[in-house]
Design a binder for this molecule. Sequence first.
Ligand code: ATP
Length: 938
Amino acid sequence: MNSTPLPASATDWHTLEVENSLELLNSHAETGLSTSDADQRLQVYGTNELQETAGRSPWQILLDQFTNIMLVMLIAVAIISGILDVVKLQQAGGVTEGEIPFKDTIAILAIVVLNGVLGYLQESRAEKALAALKRMASPKVRVLRDSKQMDIAAKDVVPGDIILLEAGVQVAADGRLLEESSLQIRESALTGEAHAVNKQAKIALPEDTPLGDRLNMVFQGTEVVLGRGKVLVTGTGMQTELGRIAAMLQAVESEPTPLQQRMTQLGNILVSGSLVLVAIVILVGLIQSGWNWANFVQLVEVSLSMAVAVVPEGLPAVITVTLALGTQRMVRRNALIRRLPAVETLGSVTNICSDKTGTLTQNKMVVQWVDTLEHKYSITGEGYEPTGEFMNAGQKIDPQSNSQVKTLMFGSVLCNDAILQYEDGQWQVLGDPTEGALLALAGKAGLEQSSLTKQIPRVAEFPFSSERKRMSVICQQSDPNNDGKLENYVMFTKGSPEIILERCQEIHLGEGLEPLTPQLRAQILERNNEMAGRGLRVLGFACNYLAEIPNEGTEETTEQDLIWLGLVGMLDAPRPEVRDAVAKCRKAGIRPMMITGDHQLTAQAIAQDLGIASAGDRVLTGREISKLSQTELEVLVNEVNIYARVAPEHKLRIVQALQKQGKFVAMTGDGVNDAPALKQADIGIAMGITGTDVSKEASDMVLLDDNFATIVAATEEGRVVYTNIRRFIKYILGSNIGEVLTIAAAPIMNLGGIPLSPLQILWMNLVTDGLPALALAMEPPEPDVMERPPFNPKESIFARGLGAYMVRIGIVFAIISIALMWWAYNWTQAPGYTGDRDAWKTMVFTTLCIAQMGHALAIRSNSRLFIELNPFTNPFLLGAVIVTTALQLLLIYVAPLRHFFDTHWLSLEELGICIGFSALMFVWVELEKLFFRFYRRS
Ligand code: ATP
């Protein structure tokens, strides 16, 4: 078929009849485009992507960096130090030999710019990375090409493509409906209207029909809530309605995490605190000197240093990098983070509520039993390969020879939306694995899907939903004489056996129909329970004969008085790795719970096998939950771990009940109606493989492999991230406290000068503290990370001793450096001293830096000593300590650097003394660990 480029921007497709639209776009409803035609069209129309016009422009991101309160304060410090330099220059009557005027100002401004640029690079990288993650989760689309159904990336859809819609799918492009069945679409993304719209293919509408009333059209970005549809794509990419209002595009979600928000608050507090400190130092200094303004310049210098010292300039960058690294580690373990806060809060999860099918089990179904009450057949064969035997009491039987089984097999093929195909050397299912297993079963009975669906075509359907737990199809019979009934149409219904059985009045027995007596019903339920009790997934089948095609929306009345056909039991083996993951959860104080749409006995058998529940544990069913009040449910959720036959609305109630009990809940979901529960959960988790687009959109995290074990792995990573963040906050803020106290001590001890200039403090906060802090963020997990209870999500970051540690270490740090300062001052001022008399300042500077190296090495573990750890498990830290120490030495021994940073040459003896004092810090932290170890044991 040749394609002529089309007016892709034409907006009046809704006025056309189906045939005209197909003609105009040179497409065909039954065959779709050919692959080569589609490739050509992709060249002409471009990819089906929206140009991201929303979000911040690069300039805005850059500008935003300088609105950070810490940077604003640094700019203020730079300006004031510039003014001080002017005053000093005036007093000295010009630049003295070898002095660089405005050095501090220039250096601080350079650091501000550097910090801003780094922040900009990091943020734009983070935004790009998030966008890339989002693309990884981007939807696939089922299209018809070369007469075959296939899944392709949404961006490769072209005008003229025929796409197939089903519940849960996000519509990938604008299109004209060709066929539909109970199709309901939520168009709130476009029209703001929350209610789903019933779509109709077989109408043409007036030109001026508003967007919300174009019932024969579907639009990109909207969501299929129910039913199915076949659509001719009329517009892609920016040529869609959504493309036209690109401003409505949701920007990549990169909202700050709770921790980042708290850190911004902390920044504000520290900046205001340091301003108060500045005021106090100046005021007290002036009062002490009897308002001698000659001291003013020195007082301002002291207070500027203190102001710079208080603020942890390096912290925001380290936190951003840690969170970004966390998302990368998680994606390597198949957990794709969609909202950044999840990285940090995953460590707080107390309950994981998981679906059964596909998450705890493999979702590779194979039918093992067919039970028509009269006969029970075991089925041989493996996987989805449609070859195997029907066995009865050790004898092969021909399923075609038994009319009940034959009808049931017809139902398996016709009441089915999946496709079984042989590709890449194996049998694969396109669609629901449960239905794939039924097609394989029918194949074993000699039925072939493509010919049967032509012979007995589907004319109507009542689609499956998790609430209904069943589906029906109505097909036109070519030879209407089944069961002696002459009606033109046959309806096949399949679903949860209890529900189907309730709707049956007759049963196929022998060669005819019999009324379903209570005894027969009890026998059927017993057979069902027997299979479910062995962990099998059981479906019930029924049929009925209809004289007319039922209208849409009449399922409740049509799916009545059915004829029972039989049960089909399929095996869906548990995932082998889940047992260990469940055990790991228990050790970590996390309660795994199963919430499934399947039968209670199936759920119980699997849960028991995996260690989620023990024999005899209570199961709560959807029906029971419906009868419970929310307060009653809140009590029961504390003891019940298995929830069966639940509908999505029950999931929502279970999350709410758990949250009311103070639990922090991770909940999985895959269906279109799971979105509210996923949004309500503290961590909403969607399935990457089987999940609907709608559930993914509502989630915080997507499991790329649908595997429960991945949730546990992500939780572990979350704990590591949170522990590492706490570790470097301890490390950085402890040092800030030490610096401030040391600077404040200098004037009190009357040393005639301050030991540290603002530039040196910035150097410490950004470089000598910053590099080891970044390395601490890479610390591998401690072996007991999954043997501790979860973090309380409400606790402050300073809880559990962190605040006390910071203050304690800050004071120890200050005592060490003040002692050194006192010693060094007296040493350099002694009459016989031949070196630089200001060398004491550099000794203080060096001690503060090197003590932090010891601190970094010791703080790796809260409980284990440095010698008990393998130093090479965090090579970054070793590298950071070596590089930082070397840089510090360069500042002292390389003349231009010494000059710029205002340091002084230290003799080997002086350097040795600095290292000796510094080592005390390391010794102190190690002794603390020994003390707490002893204290806890006794
Ligand atoms: P989980 O919630 O753990 O994923 P599930 O797949 O059983 O388990 P649902 O998809 O909500 O949950 O299905 C609920 C029930 O509906 C199933 O137990 C089964 O009895 C029935 N069912 C599932 N798939 C189909 C289908 N394609 N056609 C008819 N009935 C189905």
